[in-house]
Design a binder for this molecule. Structure first.
Ligand SMILES: Nc1ncnc2c1ncn2[C@@H]1O[C@H](COP(=O)(O)OP(=O)(O)OP(=O)(O)O)[C@@H](O)[C@H]1O
Ligand SMILES: [Mg+2]
Length: 351
Protein backbone atom coordinates (compact mmCIF):
# COMPACT_ATOMS: atom_id res chain seq x y z
CA UNK A 1 0.00 0.00 0.00
CA UNK A 2 1.34 3.44 -0.89
CA UNK A 3 1.80 5.92 1.92
CA UNK A 4 0.26 9.27 1.08
CA UNK A 5 1.62 12.42 2.65
CA UNK A 6 -1.30 14.40 3.99
CA UNK A 7 0.62 17.24 5.56
CA UNK A 8 4.08 18.70 4.75
CA UNK A 9 6.82 17.30 6.90
CA UNK A 10 10.14 18.97 7.28
CA UNK A 11 13.10 16.94 8.41
CA UNK A 12 16.30 18.54 9.50
CA UNK A 13 19.39 16.41 9.06
CA UNK A 14 19.04 12.68 8.62
CA UNK A 15 15.43 11.66 9.03
CA UNK A 16 14.92 9.15 11.78
CA UNK A 17 12.00 7.42 10.18
CA UNK A 18 11.50 6.74 6.49
CA UNK A 19 8.56 5.18 4.83
CA UNK A 20 9.30 2.30 2.49
CA UNK A 21 8.41 4.55 -0.45
CA UNK A 22 10.94 7.19 0.75
CA UNK A 23 13.53 4.47 1.19
CA UNK A 24 12.98 3.27 -2.38
CA UNK A 25 13.23 6.80 -3.69
CA UNK A 26 16.44 7.36 -1.76
CA UNK A 27 17.92 4.10 -3.00
CA UNK A 28 17.13 4.88 -6.60
CA UNK A 29 18.69 8.35 -6.16
CA UNK A 30 21.83 6.81 -4.66
CA UNK A 31 21.98 4.31 -7.48
CA UNK A 32 21.63 7.13 -9.99
CA UNK A 33 24.44 9.08 -8.33
CA UNK A 34 26.69 6.02 -8.37
CA UNK A 35 25.86 5.43 -12.01
CA UNK A 36 26.74 9.03 -12.93
CA UNK A 37 29.99 8.75 -10.95
CA UNK A 38 30.98 5.49 -12.63
CA UNK A 39 30.09 6.86 -16.05
CA UNK A 40 32.19 9.99 -15.52
CA UNK A 41 35.07 7.90 -14.23
CA UNK A 42 35.01 5.43 -17.07
CA UNK A 43 34.63 8.29 -19.53
CA UNK A 44 37.75 9.86 -18.05
CA UNK A 45 39.69 6.66 -18.45
CA UNK A 46 39.31 5.90 -22.11
CA UNK A 47 42.60 4.62 -23.54
CA UNK A 48 43.59 7.97 -25.03
CA UNK A 49 43.08 9.88 -21.75
CA UNK A 50 44.79 7.12 -19.81
CA UNK A 51 47.80 7.33 -22.13
CA UNK A 52 47.99 11.11 -21.65
CA UNK A 53 47.83 10.68 -17.86
CA UNK A 54 50.66 8.15 -17.99
CA UNK A 55 52.72 10.40 -20.26
CA UNK A 56 52.37 13.32 -17.85
CA UNK A 57 53.05 11.27 -14.74
CA UNK A 58 55.92 9.10 -15.90
CA UNK A 59 57.36 10.18 -19.21
CA UNK A 60 58.49 13.76 -18.64
CA UNK A 61 62.02 13.45 -17.23
CA UNK A 62 63.29 15.85 -14.59
CA UNK A 63 66.96 16.76 -14.92
CA UNK A 64 67.98 18.20 -11.58
CA UNK A 65 70.83 20.71 -11.20
CA UNK A 66 71.52 20.86 -14.95
CA UNK A 67 74.23 23.41 -15.69
CA UNK A 68 74.41 25.24 -19.00
CA UNK A 69 77.63 26.97 -19.98
CA UNK A 70 78.59 28.08 -23.50
CA UNK A 71 80.20 24.71 -24.25
CA UNK A 72 77.10 22.79 -23.04
CA UNK A 73 74.85 25.08 -25.09
CA UNK A 74 76.97 24.58 -28.18
CA UNK A 75 76.59 20.77 -28.01
CA UNK A 76 72.89 21.15 -27.24
CA UNK A 77 72.42 23.37 -30.29
CA UNK A 78 74.12 20.81 -32.56
CA UNK A 79 71.99 18.00 -31.16
CA UNK A 80 68.78 19.97 -31.70
CA UNK A 81 69.81 20.91 -35.23
CA UNK A 82 70.25 17.26 -36.25
CA UNK A 83 67.19 16.03 -34.40
CA UNK A 84 65.07 18.74 -36.06
CA UNK A 85 66.53 17.69 -39.41
CA UNK A 86 65.11 14.22 -38.72
CA UNK A 87 68.34 12.38 -37.88
CA UNK A 88 69.00 10.29 -34.81
CA UNK A 89 71.89 11.63 -32.72
CA UNK A 90 74.60 9.38 -31.30
CA UNK A 91 76.52 10.83 -28.33
CA UNK A 92 79.92 9.23 -27.95
CA UNK A 93 82.15 9.94 -24.98
CA UNK A 94 84.10 8.55 -22.03
CA UNK A 95 82.44 7.27 -18.84
CA UNK A 96 80.85 9.92 -16.65
CA UNK A 97 81.40 12.86 -19.00
CA UNK A 98 77.70 13.83 -19.03
CA UNK A 99 76.18 12.00 -22.04
CA UNK A 100 73.00 10.77 -20.36
CA UNK A 101 72.29 14.08 -18.59
CA UNK A 102 72.70 15.94 -21.88
CA UNK A 103 70.46 13.47 -23.73
CA UNK A 104 67.72 13.83 -21.09
CA UNK A 105 68.02 17.61 -21.03
CA UNK A 106 67.78 17.96 -24.81
CA UNK A 107 64.97 15.38 -25.05
CA UNK A 108 62.96 17.30 -22.48
CA UNK A 109 63.16 20.48 -24.51
CA UNK A 110 61.09 19.00 -27.34
CA UNK A 111 58.15 18.86 -24.96
CA UNK A 112 57.30 15.32 -26.02
CA UNK A 113 57.19 12.30 -23.68
CA UNK A 114 60.51 10.51 -23.33
CA UNK A 115 61.08 6.74 -23.15
CA UNK A 116 64.43 5.13 -22.54
CA UNK A 117 66.25 1.83 -22.69
CA UNK A 118 69.60 0.83 -21.24
CA UNK A 119 71.54 -1.41 -23.59
CA UNK A 120 73.05 -4.62 -22.32
CA UNK A 121 74.09 -8.08 -23.43
CA UNK A 122 70.70 -9.66 -22.70
CA UNK A 123 68.56 -7.14 -24.65
CA UNK A 124 66.60 -8.71 -27.51
CA UNK A 125 64.52 -7.17 -30.28
CA UNK A 126 61.42 -7.96 -28.19
CA UNK A 127 62.77 -5.75 -25.38
CA UNK A 128 62.82 -2.92 -27.90
CA UNK A 129 59.57 -3.44 -29.79
CA UNK A 130 57.39 -5.46 -27.40
CA UNK A 131 55.61 -8.74 -27.86
CA UNK A 132 52.61 -10.82 -26.96
CA UNK A 133 51.85 -11.17 -23.31
CA UNK A 134 49.63 -13.98 -22.12
CA UNK A 135 46.77 -12.49 -20.21
CA UNK A 136 44.30 -15.32 -19.75
CA UNK A 137 44.53 -19.08 -19.84
CA UNK A 138 41.19 -20.85 -19.53
CA UNK A 139 40.63 -24.60 -19.38
CA UNK A 140 37.20 -26.14 -19.82
CA UNK A 141 36.70 -29.84 -18.95
CA UNK A 142 33.22 -30.90 -20.08
CA UNK A 143 32.02 -34.25 -18.66
CA UNK A 144 28.33 -33.62 -19.11
CA UNK A 145 27.78 -37.04 -20.64
CA UNK A 146 29.66 -39.59 -18.55
CA UNK A 147 31.45 -41.30 -21.45
CA UNK A 148 32.23 -38.14 -23.45
CA UNK A 149 35.16 -36.03 -22.29
CA UNK A 150 35.60 -32.68 -23.93
CA UNK A 151 38.57 -30.52 -23.12
CA UNK A 152 39.24 -27.02 -24.39
CA UNK A 153 42.15 -24.68 -23.61
CA UNK A 154 41.66 -21.03 -24.51
CA UNK A 155 44.61 -18.66 -24.36
CA UNK A 156 43.95 -14.98 -24.83
CA UNK A 157 46.97 -12.89 -25.68
CA UNK A 158 47.54 -9.18 -25.95
CA UNK A 159 50.28 -7.18 -27.67
CA UNK A 160 52.37 -5.07 -25.29
CA UNK A 161 54.51 -2.25 -26.67
CA UNK A 162 58.06 -1.60 -25.53
CA UNK A 163 59.95 1.72 -25.74
CA UNK A 164 60.82 1.66 -29.46
CA UNK A 165 57.32 0.80 -30.68
CA UNK A 166 55.79 3.31 -28.23
CA UNK A 167 58.11 6.04 -29.48
CA UNK A 168 57.45 5.22 -33.14
CA UNK A 169 53.66 5.01 -32.68
CA UNK A 170 53.09 8.08 -30.54
CA UNK A 171 56.02 10.32 -31.49
CA UNK A 172 57.97 10.08 -28.26
CA UNK A 173 61.65 10.85 -27.90
CA UNK A 174 63.65 7.67 -27.40
CA UNK A 175 66.87 7.65 -25.40
CA UNK A 176 68.88 4.48 -25.95
CA UNK A 177 71.67 4.55 -23.39
CA UNK A 178 74.83 2.50 -23.99
CA UNK A 179 73.32 0.96 -27.12
CA UNK A 180 76.63 -0.68 -28.06
CA UNK A 181 76.30 -3.02 -25.09
CA UNK A 182 73.39 -4.70 -26.89
CA UNK A 183 74.24 -7.43 -29.40
CA UNK A 184 74.12 -5.84 -32.90
CA UNK A 185 71.50 -8.31 -34.22
CA UNK A 186 68.94 -7.04 -31.69
CA UNK A 187 69.45 -3.48 -32.96
CA UNK A 188 68.77 -4.39 -36.64
CA UNK A 189 65.18 -3.29 -36.18
CA UNK A 190 66.44 0.32 -36.11
CA UNK A 191 67.66 0.18 -39.71
CA UNK A 192 64.25 0.57 -41.35
CA UNK A 193 63.09 2.99 -38.63
CA UNK A 194 65.94 5.38 -39.42
CA UNK A 195 65.99 4.86 -43.19
CA UNK A 196 62.44 4.24 -44.36
CA UNK A 197 60.52 5.57 -41.36
CA UNK A 198 58.87 2.19 -40.87
CA UNK A 199 59.06 -0.08 -37.84
CA UNK A 200 58.59 -3.74 -38.63
CA UNK A 201 57.16 -5.94 -35.90
CA UNK A 202 58.48 -9.36 -36.94
CA UNK A 203 56.02 -11.42 -34.90
CA UNK A 204 52.92 -9.70 -36.32
CA UNK A 205 51.16 -10.51 -39.54
CA UNK A 206 49.42 -8.52 -42.26
CA UNK A 207 48.94 -4.78 -41.92
CA UNK A 208 49.80 -4.90 -38.21
CA UNK A 209 53.33 -5.90 -39.07
CA UNK A 210 54.35 -2.36 -40.03
CA UNK A 211 54.15 0.88 -38.07
CA UNK A 212 54.68 4.15 -39.87
CA UNK A 213 57.04 6.16 -37.70
CA UNK A 214 55.34 9.22 -36.17
CA UNK A 215 56.75 12.54 -37.51
CA UNK A 216 57.68 13.64 -33.97
CA UNK A 217 59.70 10.49 -33.23
CA UNK A 218 63.27 11.38 -32.23
CA UNK A 219 66.12 9.18 -31.09
CA UNK A 220 69.20 9.97 -29.02
CA UNK A 221 71.66 7.13 -28.55
CA UNK A 222 74.69 7.13 -26.28
CA UNK A 223 77.76 4.95 -26.25
CA UNK A 224 81.11 4.81 -24.57
CA UNK A 225 84.16 5.85 -26.52
CA UNK A 226 86.35 3.54 -24.46
CA UNK A 227 86.51 -0.12 -25.45
CA UNK A 228 85.38 -2.14 -22.45
CA UNK A 229 84.58 -5.83 -22.27
CA UNK A 230 80.90 -6.29 -23.11
CA UNK A 231 80.88 -3.60 -25.79
CA UNK A 232 79.92 -4.68 -29.30
CA UNK A 233 80.91 -2.75 -32.35
CA UNK A 234 77.60 -1.53 -33.82
CA UNK A 235 76.96 -2.49 -37.44
CA UNK A 236 78.24 0.11 -39.92
CA UNK A 237 74.84 0.26 -41.60
CA UNK A 238 73.34 1.56 -38.34
CA UNK A 239 76.16 4.03 -37.64
CA UNK A 240 75.78 5.34 -41.20
CA UNK A 241 72.18 6.28 -40.50
CA UNK A 242 72.87 8.56 -37.55
CA UNK A 243 74.84 11.66 -36.70
CA UNK A 244 77.70 11.22 -34.23
CA UNK A 245 78.56 13.91 -31.71
CA UNK A 246 81.72 13.35 -29.72
CA UNK A 247 81.41 14.67 -26.16
CA UNK A 248 84.62 14.68 -24.17
CA UNK A 249 84.95 15.61 -20.48
CA UNK A 250 83.75 19.16 -19.96
CA UNK A 251 86.19 22.01 -19.59
CA UNK A 252 87.36 23.19 -16.19
CA UNK A 253 84.82 26.00 -15.69
CA UNK A 254 81.84 23.80 -16.66
CA UNK A 255 82.98 21.00 -14.36
CA UNK A 256 83.45 23.47 -11.53
CA UNK A 257 79.94 24.82 -11.95
CA UNK A 258 78.51 21.29 -12.11
CA UNK A 259 80.25 20.32 -8.85
CA UNK A 260 79.10 23.50 -7.09
CA UNK A 261 75.54 22.98 -8.33
CA UNK A 262 75.38 19.34 -7.19
CA UNK A 263 77.21 19.65 -3.86
CA UNK A 264 76.71 23.22 -2.67
CA UNK A 265 80.45 23.43 -1.84
CA UNK A 266 82.21 26.79 -1.54
CA UNK A 267 83.95 27.77 -4.78
CA UNK A 268 87.53 27.38 -3.46
CA UNK A 269 86.83 23.84 -2.17
CA UNK A 270 85.04 22.86 -5.39
CA UNK A 271 88.02 24.19 -7.39
CA UNK A 272 90.37 21.95 -5.43
CA UNK A 273 88.19 18.90 -6.05
CA UNK A 274 87.96 19.55 -9.79
CA UNK A 275 91.69 20.20 -10.06
CA UNK A 276 92.56 16.98 -8.21
CA UNK A 277 90.24 14.92 -10.42
CA UNK A 278 91.59 16.52 -13.60
CA UNK A 279 95.15 15.82 -12.44
CA UNK A 280 94.26 12.13 -11.89
CA UNK A 281 92.39 11.99 -15.20
CA UNK A 282 95.45 13.16 -17.09
CA UNK A 283 97.57 10.40 -15.58
CA UNK A 284 95.35 7.33 -15.23
CA UNK A 285 94.76 4.94 -18.16
CA UNK A 286 91.61 5.52 -20.28
CA UNK A 287 89.44 2.86 -18.66
CA UNK A 288 90.22 4.19 -15.15
CA UNK A 289 89.89 7.91 -15.74
CA UNK A 290 87.55 9.55 -13.21
CA UNK A 291 84.73 11.53 -14.83
CA UNK A 292 82.53 14.40 -13.65
CA UNK A 293 80.61 11.91 -11.56
CA UNK A 294 83.78 11.31 -9.52
CA UNK A 295 84.14 15.07 -8.91
CA UNK A 296 80.58 15.18 -7.56
CA UNK A 297 81.16 12.11 -5.36
CA UNK A 298 84.31 13.56 -3.82
CA UNK A 299 82.51 16.86 -3.29
CA UNK A 300 79.60 15.15 -1.54
CA UNK A 301 82.03 13.10 0.58
CA UNK A 302 83.77 16.30 1.67
CA UNK A 303 80.46 17.88 2.57
CA UNK A 304 79.71 15.01 4.96
CA UNK A 305 83.20 15.02 6.43
CA UNK A 306 83.37 15.51 10.13
CA UNK A 307 86.73 16.78 11.42
CA UNK A 308 86.63 14.38 14.37
CA UNK A 309 86.31 11.36 12.03
CA UNK A 310 90.01 11.53 11.18
CA UNK A 311 89.24 10.89 7.49
CA UNK A 312 91.22 13.10 5.14
CA UNK A 313 90.72 14.44 1.62
CA UNK A 314 93.23 11.85 0.33
CA UNK A 315 91.12 8.95 1.65
CA UNK A 316 87.93 10.39 0.16
CA UNK A 317 89.60 10.65 -3.27
CA UNK A 318 91.08 7.13 -2.98
CA UNK A 319 87.69 5.61 -2.09
CA UNK A 320 86.09 7.25 -5.11
CA UNK A 321 88.69 6.07 -7.62
CA UNK A 322 89.42 2.65 -6.06
CA UNK A 323 86.60 0.81 -7.87
CA UNK A 324 88.56 0.00 -10.99
CA UNK A 325 91.63 -1.32 -9.16
CA UNK A 326 92.73 -4.91 -9.61
CA UNK A 327 95.63 -5.38 -7.16
CA UNK A 328 97.15 -4.08 -3.94
CA UNK A 329 100.13 -2.78 -5.89
CA UNK A 330 97.86 -0.80 -8.20
CA UNK A 331 96.06 0.57 -5.15
CA UNK A 332 99.35 1.79 -3.66
CA UNK A 333 100.22 3.47 -6.95
CA UNK A 334 96.85 5.21 -6.92
CA UNK A 335 97.36 6.31 -3.32
CA UNK A 336 100.68 7.88 -4.29
CA UNK A 337 99.10 9.55 -7.32
CA UNK A 338 96.33 11.02 -5.15
CA UNK A 339 98.90 12.44 -2.66
CA UNK A 340 100.84 13.85 -5.59
CA UNK A 341 97.65 15.44 -7.00
CA UNK A 342 96.70 17.01 -3.66
CA UNK A 343 100.21 18.43 -3.23
CA UNK A 344 100.30 19.77 -6.79
CA UNK A 345 96.90 21.44 -6.41
CA UNK A 346 97.88 22.97 -3.06
CA UNK A 347 101.11 24.25 -4.54
CA UNK A 348 99.30 25.67 -7.54
CA UNK A 349 96.84 27.55 -5.32
CA UNK A 350 99.66 28.90 -3.13
CA UNK A 351 98.30 26.98 -0.09
N1 LIG B 1 75.48 19.73 -17.71
C1 LIG B 1 75.40 19.15 -16.51
N2 LIG B 1 74.83 19.80 -15.47
C2 LIG B 1 74.76 19.24 -14.27
N3 LIG B 1 75.21 18.04 -13.97
C3 LIG B 1 75.78 17.32 -14.96
C4 LIG B 1 75.90 17.84 -16.28
N4 LIG B 1 76.51 16.91 -17.04
C5 LIG B 1 76.77 15.87 -16.24
N5 LIG B 1 76.34 16.10 -14.99
C6 LIG B 1 76.46 15.21 -13.82
O1 LIG B 1 77.65 14.45 -13.99
C7 LIG B 1 77.43 13.09 -13.65
C8 LIG B 1 77.76 12.21 -14.84
O2 LIG B 1 76.88 12.51 -15.89
P1 LIG B 1 76.17 11.38 -16.80
O3 LIG B 1 75.62 10.28 -15.96
O4 LIG B 1 75.24 12.11 -17.68
O5 LIG B 1 77.43 10.86 -17.60
P2 LIG B 1 77.51 9.69 -18.68
O6 LIG B 1 78.49 10.15 -19.69
O7 LIG B 1 76.16 9.31 -19.12
O8 LIG B 1 78.15 8.54 -17.78
P3 LIG B 1 78.22 6.96 -18.12
O9 LIG B 1 79.21 6.81 -19.22
O10 LIG B 1 78.71 6.36 -16.85
O11 LIG B 1 76.85 6.53 -18.49
C9 LIG B 1 75.99 12.98 -13.20
O12 LIG B 1 75.95 13.02 -11.80
C10 LIG B 1 75.34 14.21 -13.78
O13 LIG B 1 74.28 14.66 -12.97
MG1 LIG C 1 75.18 7.42 -19.10
Amino acid sequence: MRYVVTHPRRVRGESVHQTSWEKKLLLSKEREEIQVKVQSQTAARDPETLRKEIEEAFLMPEVEHFVETPEVRETEARMKLWLDAGYPVHLIGPTGCGKTSLAMHVARQFGRPVVWINGDESITTADLIGGYSQIENESVRDKYIHNVFKSKDVMKVEWVDNPLSLACKYGYTLIYNEFSRTKPAANNVFLSVFEEGVLELPTKFGEDRYIRVHPEFRAILTSNSIEYAGIHRPQDALLDRMVGIYTDYYGYETELRIVMEHTGLEEDVARRVVEIVRYLRDRLPDAQKPGTRACIMIGKGLKMLNRSSGIGLDQICIDVIANKTSSKKEMEEKRELVCEAIAAVQEGSGG
